[in-house]
Design a binder for this molecule. Structure first.
Ligand SMILES: Cc1cc2nc3c(=O)[nH]c(=O)nc-3n(C[C@H](O)[C@H](O)[C@H](O)COP(=O)(O)OP(=O)(O)OC[C@H]3O[C@@H](n4cnc5c(N)ncnc54)[C@H](O)[C@@H]3O)c2cc1C
Length: 323
């Protein structure tokens, strides 16, 4: 390791050799394109990239990166992020695989890498109710807990009993939901930098036929209301919140409605476009860059601020450097 301008800089060979020795050859890869791993389909490469196969591997990777002084970014399903065109420095950990298991009659535990759709399928097939309405939500348990995903007026944090977290140096801890600081679009992970390893959800006995019908209803609702055939990251902005924002009378408390009424539906910057189907979605018409998407986001924020006095906040997470 060498010290440059007071910062620890780890030599390329050190990183590759250490991960190879601890996790096996070929597991750590360099310069891996991230665009195909995001639902926006934009962004540059990861300097270093590993797909972990278990919570233990996430923890080992965190410890190694910490000891080497390499910054770490977690990537789940990539369905709520905008990765910068220059890509990400340091190590990107992408949890894969993972399991769901019944802890007891009323609780099911899912690893961070499990997809929300996989969790929904599992609970329905095992006759457990509680998550069926979340069918069609892209991404993983890790990303959903990080951003406290919401659907139909419910927050996923409301269904959580406890979680297992790792700190950036790999120390693990069990945390009850009451200590997760869950709020609309918020969890403690956004401030602490902790990594979700698994989450225990409250479930109850349910009839798989009825649960499947609810799941199908959610899928149909999404198909009707969202532009699912074009790359996007879902809703770009959080909805305004009573007590924090002031929305003029007669306008719904919805970010999409505000962008729509500001006249921006269909507006584009390069190949980034405000979806004509849902004004809170920005879609990538093919060759959009992260910079173009970011410019369009800013244009929407400015117009809504100027016309309605509402300051929109992004729901999507920016990863990497943006001007
Ligand atoms: C078509 C479409 C529809 C959508 N509908 C909804 C919806 O109804 N409701 C909703 O809330 N969202 C919705 N989204 C957004 C997205 O699906 C959710 O935010 C989802 O929970 C993100 O999960 P992810 O695994 O893809 O996270 P990513 O996008 O990969 O990451 C999001 C953030 O979580 C962090 N992260 C990921 N894994 C971990 C981990 N294990 N530990 C700590 N941090 C982690 C990342 O570093 C990043 O900061 C939609 C997106 C799309 C494309």
């Amino acid at each position: 390791m060498e010290v440059v301008s007071g910062f620890k800089r780890t030599r390329t060979m050190d990183v590759a050799a250490v991960f190879c020795e601890r996790l096996g050859p070929g597991r750590l890869r360099g310069h891996v394109p991230l665009a195909p791993l995001t639902t926006f389909r934009v962004g540059g490469p990861a300097e270093w990239f590993i797909e972990t196969r278990s919570s233990d591997e996430i923890v080992s990777s965190l410890k190694l990166a910490h000891d080497l002084g390499v910054p770490v970014t977690l990537l789940g399903g990539g369905s709520n992020v905008l990765v910068s065109d220059a890509g990400l420095r340091g190590l990107v950990i992408r949890p894969r695989g993972g399991h769901v298991q019944l802890v007891d009659d009323r609780h099911a535990r899912a690893d961070a890498a499990v997809t929300i759709n996989g969790l929904v399928r599992w609970t329905i097939n095992h006759g457990r109710a509680g998550l069926e309405a979340w069918a069609g939500t892209p991404g993983t348990v890790g990303g959903a807990i990080f951003g406290n995903a919401h659907f139909g007026g419910q927050l996923i944090g409301d269904l959580v009993n406890e979680v297992r977290l790792a700190s950036r140096d790999g120390a693990t801890v069990e945390v009850p939901a009451s200590a997760m600081a869950f709020e609309y679009d918020r969890s403690r992970l956004q401030d602490s930098g902790e990594i979700l390893l698994s989450a225990e959800f409250r479930v109850s006995p349910g009839d798989p036929v009825a649960l499947r019908a609810t799941a199908r209803g959610s899928l149909a609702f999404r198909k009707r209301t969202q532009p699912l055939d074009t790359p996007s990251a879902g809703c770009v902005f959080q909805n305004p919140q009573p007590g924090r924002d002031a929305v003029p009378a007669g306008i719904p408390w919805s970010a999409g409605a505000l962008v729509d009424r500001a006249g921006l539906k269909g507006t584009s910057v390069g190949d980034a476009r405000v979806s004509p189907a849902h004004a809170n979605f920005i879609v990538n018409d093919g060759r959009a860059t992260a910079a173009e998407i970011r410019q369009l986001v800013q244009r929407c924020r400015r117009a809504v601020g100027e016309q309605f006095g509402v300051e929109l906040r992004e729901e999507i997470v920016y990863l990497g450097h943006f001007d």
